[in-house]
Design a protein around this ligand. Sequence first.
Ligand code: ADP
Ligand code: MG
Length: 583
Amino acid sequence: MSAETVKQKTFRRLMGYIKPYRAAFFFSIIGMLGYAGVDTFFFSQIETLIDDGLTSSNPKILLYGAIFVPVVFILRGLFNFISTYFLNWVGFRVVTTLRQQLFDHMMKLPVSFHDRHSTGDLISKITYTTQQVAEASSRAVLILIREGAFVIGLLSLMFYHSWQLSLVFLVVGPLIAKIVAVVSKRFRKVSGRIQTAMGDVTTTAEQMINGHKVVVMYEGQKRESKRFSTINNITRNQNMKLINAQSLSTSLIQLIASFSLSMVLVLASFPDMLAQLSAGAFTTLLTAMIMLLRPLKQLTTVNSDFQRGIAAAQSIFSVLDEDAEVDSGKQNLDRARGDIKFEHVNFAYNETESPALADVSFHVKPGKTLALVGRSGSGKSTISNLLTRFYTPQGGVIKLDDGDIYDYRLKALRRQFALVSQHVTLFNDSIANNIAYGAHGDVTLDDIRRVAEQAYVTEFTDNLPNGLDTTVGENGVMLSGGQRQRIAIARALLRDAPILILDEATSALDSESERHIQSALQALQQDRTSIVIAHRLSTIENADEILVLEDGAVIERGNHQQLLEQEGAYYQLYSLQFSGELS
Ligand code: ADP
Ligand code: MG
């Protein structure tokens, strides 16, 4: 597809967003046309003022003018208000719609999409790019219609008074059009670059803000500052290029216009021309020509604004066009028994990389516990990622209750799991609401209280003045790692799902709290299938089966006793930890 048709498509799609508000849009156009009409009418009265008023010394005309002027300006103000108000009304509606769509769509996009895109870039699309679409397109529309109509009005006025002199403008017209075409091509290029640069600015700033502690500890200030400075300057550079092209073209166009003005003066100096024109008509002509410069100049920026809007819209639509998570499953599942099977599962995050899982098979019967051990990077979390369909395996089958997990509806599948991972996500809300997040159905305060006690959350919240109603701050910054994990465990307890995945769920806890919570977790595991990933082997001794993973492959399997007797990898890991705990 050629670039032109892509742009046309984008434009048509953008128009689709305005369609629901076409009444308001129509009003705003009426306002613009009215505004241009009033202005043209105002200038058409110069002739009357000069010829009938001043030249023939008629005071009535001057008094008529005294009333005429304020009336014109009242009308002008009214039309201005109508056009600006309705145009922005539509513009902000479109921004709101685009933002909401982006927000909702980004939630639906697969985990792999989020892996590929930086947070800053995506946030900048929601905040900055959407605004760009509306601002740039509104400006383009306003100028195109209002100033365009004004130009037509002024030209008509000129032709009405003297078509010979006005013809000069027809010579100049194509010249100006040519310049505009050249300049707008350049605009397109540069505005695309500015958008990318703005995304980079956000990304870099966000990295510094999120990693602030690491930066100051490792004395990365200079490095970060330099990184930011480079990107910051790229943005400036591109913006300057845009301004350059803009101002150069403006000056050039004004120069051409001034030539046409001198041409008019020369033509008017011919005797029969002079005889034909009244003072009023000539003044009107000259005024109209001078007045033409401002709208003409603005009209040359229409294309750049328009291109900017289209470029922004394109960048938004490209996200909206990303395929949402595939959910081809049709089957519903109320509550799974919790029978999980991996059959020869192969998976790589990237086609080019070595596989994260190679021919992994296991079977966990309902209510049983499977433990996964192995070095970091061995593929433990990947198993959990596949089970919840965050990623799709390239080979093999994963079954839940004898059905392929891809046959279930995504919602139905994910509802079967309670996941506690080493990365706890907390929302800027009260601890109680964070615990209740993801619970099905009605949750009473007593329920929250109960699980909070089981997960030892109350142990620290009871010391807080607001208890469970304490707000945790953005992503729980006000809490320690262990406290956050306890909240995550309480959340999982409340969710009451048939399958529990604990991915190093207690890694941030001290041995004391871990022991306490262990009993809560064991109670939780009683009547549900559990997959436990733990690096402290003492916590998984009771598991029904233990898989030892290495480089994505299962190298040993069995229960604790069997694995110790084998004296293999598990035995080595165990002895290592055991001696570590002794020393
Ligand atoms: P574990 O949980 O055992 O520490 P993981 O299952 O997280 O290990 O990772 C297994 C392998 O897959 C590692 O080599 C890791 O670098 C890679 N990996 C994990 N997550 C991603 C991802 N989102 N994109 C690409 N590679 C990944
Ligand atoms: Mg992991």
